[in-house]
Design a protein around this ligand. Sequence first.
Ligand code: ZN
Length: 323
Amino acid sequence: MLKSVSVGGGFRILKDGMLRIALRGSWKFTDDELLQHVAPIMASHQKFWGDLPGPYLITVLPIAEKPNNAQAGGTGLGDAFAFYSTPNMELDRHFEHGLAHEHMHTWIPFLVGPMSPENNGLEEAWLSEGFTDLFTYRLLVRDGMAPIEETVETLNGIMFTYAFSPARNATNATLGAEFWRDQAMQRMPYQRGLLIAAYIDDRLRRDSGGAYDLEDVMLAMRRIADAASTNDDKPTLRANFIAAAKSVGADISSVLKRFVDNADLIFLPEDIWVPCEKLETNEIAEFYRGFKGGRTRANGNVVVGVDPYGPAYAAGLRDGMKQ
Ligand SMILES: [Zn+2]
């Protein structure tokens, strides 16, 4: 499979070693500031995977300005990243994470895969996206590009969203089928995959008395993929992950059955990230308004849709009351 980006016009080309950035337009940052943000991320990933710097191209396209609302996105293309953004974008943590995530895709899934061709690989998105996110966050912290406090906040946000997601109990097959139809379904492989990665990382460390963790397994996946003589001989992501875990003495197929196939809820042990803070799992009541908020607003704040079994009714609220 070949993926590429072609752009033309008055582009400026920035270079740092094997990294090239092609961009146009004016931004809230200088060309130099952009290079200074991007180059360490590339270097950190290459160091982790034990690779020499290879050619990498980032194209940056400005899209129409949206006041007070910076929008950015892009697609990872193996050895390139096609990026677009409104010109009011800042070089903040969202930018860094977005870029680092796409760059991590060079390896996960491209160099530890391939993804299963079935359903465009969506049923392996827990690994291709969720594991990509875990290693993205981990390396940004480890190599000094993101403060730990900020990352804790981000992880808390992911766990909170996961716990309250209407898609949290959707099995992997359902997620694959509904991916393009429902936003919660689309985000679930990222959230679930990151938690599965964290869970397995912890389990490997415990079971091996600290000798192995998920990093060893990812590097073993790379070795297995590299050793195959043709692309057709390479095991697809999930099979490769199971084989790589076996190479460090771990059988993870039952964990994948539980969390990936059956969508069992994932609870992480409280000491998983010690010596950082302890992780707390709490029960929080789910918020339920008990009447239709949006429809009530559209109705001139005259209440509609009170659920007779809900808390608003019990508190005395009735259809037709004025808010
Ligand atoms: Zn991605």
